[in-house]
Write a protein that binds this ligand. Structure first.
Ligand code: SF4
Length: 304
């Protein structure tokens, strides 16, 4: 399995080359909205799941193949801070001259080594989906052994020390978007110095029955959270030129993130008719599955 995928359009960072440091599906959490699918091993044990040199070589190869991304994002099919050599990896990735974005749920940030490594990322994107232990356990379902208060302290600490920390709040209809929960979230967020992205799972999560929050709820949350908050929409960037991607690249993206044909066209720099032809062929071979219709038809890797 490739460790590097895309580049994919990201809501905040433009075209971003994804680096997936974990085997599927291992994570510190089992979030109800996870696009990758249910976590099969929920753990806090850090390891180097793949050799560091191999990951760096794959990034180098992807950058020479093009299209040129605007950032390198450590994300993928699980929590990237589980990768033990994260600090060294980020240092090596800086050598490619692109900002390194780290997406984390922050469950391991109480570990000073993890915190120091995370702080070296150019952009640190933290999550805060819940204002209390019960909601946290219902929405993010973290591995046992970390208490909500300790987690919250370390997220606050990371946001305080990083000059470009962002917070993402994922709202799910009926789970954490009622007025009381939003008020409580607003209270927590007011004490954290970071920009706030309000998001909702617009792509159906494989194997999960979660509903996106209504647009009016997202807007109400934005008003409540204050001027630093905004509702993030689906990314839309101009098609990149020069992509040489084919079925393998399409599969590498879909195995981490369900996409529409238009998403794939944008991220891989392929003409839309070519992407549609590839998807049709791959559906015929049972490699991908499409759900929905027209422009909102999302494709999933059959391994999802
Ligand atoms: S959303 Fe992220 S942190 Fe949550 S289960 Fe999926 S990969 Fe893990």
């Amino acid at each position: 399995m490739r460790r590097v995928y895309g580049p994919v359009p990201s809501r905040r960072f433009g075209l971003s080359l994804g680096v997936d440091l974990l085997p599927r599906k291992l994570c510190t959490c089992d979030c109800v909205y996870c696009q990758v699918g249910p976590t099969t091993e929920c753990t806090l044990a850090r390891r180097d799941f793949f050799p560091l040199d191999d990951v760096v070589s794959e990034v180098r190869a992807a950058l020479t193949r093009g299209p040129r991304p605007e950032a390198i994002t450590l994300s993928g099919s699980g929590e990237p801070t589980l990768y033990r050599s994260l600090g060294e990896l980020i240092a090596r990735l800086h050598g490619f001259g692109l900002p390194v974005v780290l997406l984390t749920k922050g469950v391991l940030l109480h570990d000073p080594q993890v915190l120091e490594a995370a702080l070296t990322a150019d952009v640190l994107k933290l999550s805060l989906d819940a204002p209390d232990e019960g909601t946290w356990r219902r929405v993010n379902r973290p591995a046992g052994g970390v208490a909500f208060d300790r987690w919250l302290r370390s997220v606050r600490e990371a946001a305080r020390r990083h000059r470009k920390a962002r917070l993402e709040v994922m709202l799910i209809r009926g789970l954490n978007d009622d007025p009381g929960t939003l008020e409580a979230l607003a209270g927590l967020l007011s004490g954290i110095d970071a920009e706030i992205d309000i998001n909702t799972p617009v792509r159906p999560a494989p194997g999960r029955d979660v509903q996106p929050s209504l647009p009016a709820t997202l807007e109400a949350a934005a008003r409540l959270f204050g001027p630093r908050a905004r509702v993030v929409a689906e990314a839309g960037t101009a098609p990149a030129a020069g992509g040489t991607s084919g079925a393998e690249e399409v599969l590498a993206v879909l195995s981490r993130r369900p996409c529409t044909a238009a998403d794939l066209s944008t991220s891989l720099g392929l003409p839309l008719p070519r992407v549609k032809a590839l998807l049709k062929e791959m559906e015929g071979k049972d490699l991908v599955e499409g759900k929905g219709k027209g422009r909102t038809r999302y494709y999933y890797a059959r391994t999802s």
